[in-house]
Write a new protein. Sequence first.
Length: 284
Amino acid sequence: ALQKPILLADLEALLGRCLLTAAPIDPESLVAALSRREIHVYYQPKATRIAPNRWIIEGVEALARWQHPTLDMISPAQFIPLAEKHGLIRTLTEQVLETALSQCRAWDAAGLSLSVAINLSPQLLNDRSFPDQVARMTDQAGADPRRIIFEVTESAAMSDPDTTMDVLTRMRVKNFGLSIDDFGTGYSSLKQLYLMPFSELKIDTSFVRDVFSHEDARTMVETMVLLAHKLRLTACAEGVESQEVLDFLDAVGCDRAQGYFIGRPMTGNALAACTREWNALYGS
Ligand code: C2E
Ligand code: CA
Ligand code: CA
Ligand code: CA
């Protein structure tokens, strides 16, 4: 029998993310995209363990998507570095935050109270005016800062540790949550973890993915959960793709879980439906 060819779009839907496009993207088109508001926001659910074997969705991570009018959807893996390089990351982040805050109001109106995680480029932690700006935006949207978590990946861009520390402290004082993203990879160090005022530790996908193929990965995940708790942080595992992995996380007392098994990144409306369905199924 003839098999339907697999289209790029199918693959993309299957993977739940955007494939890298071969089209050249340049800073000028990103500037245009920002002014035309072509940067959309998708939301991926984060489940919280409220009791053994009971996980409910009460938060999301906001993920940027560039919906180009003629090209396919462009992955953040492509345009975030471009935005960072060309001084556009602050504008982009403010747009993502603004969109997420207004989505929160829409969810509130629909009877859903969700916390939102926003990704912060390490560059922004060199900008001492940033905390006041986000506090102003949050206040104007009538949102409680406790509902907003900023996820930061450590990087060499944290060139000035004093400024970084100052910016993070200002955010914490304003009651925003702070999450150390992709923990255990790249530049993330144990030293930063206890020095900086984080409230959540995100265990990187690379460990979570391997829990059933490598015994050592299980040890790593379990130990990172323990470490987070000892430091009074919440532990969140990313890349949870199966019930088995969720059960393992449950057994080691991980507080939050995120991944395709719980839900893919999706539009605000789809997220509301997904949350109701999941919480009815797993929350009781
Ligand atoms: P991240 O912060 O580590 O976000 C998680 C990425 O993993 C997302 O990719 C998400 O779609 C993907 N993912 C989630 N669950 C699973 C799973 O179960 N399996 C697998 N294989 N992957 C999963 P995405 O949306 O392509 O974003 C890539 C990166 O781009 C993000 O990594 C983040 O570092 C960056 N990014 C996205 N939006 C923003 C933004 O608004 N600002 C900044 N500064 N960075 C952003
Ligand atoms: Ca993140
Ligand atoms: Ca991550
Ligand atoms: Ca990442």
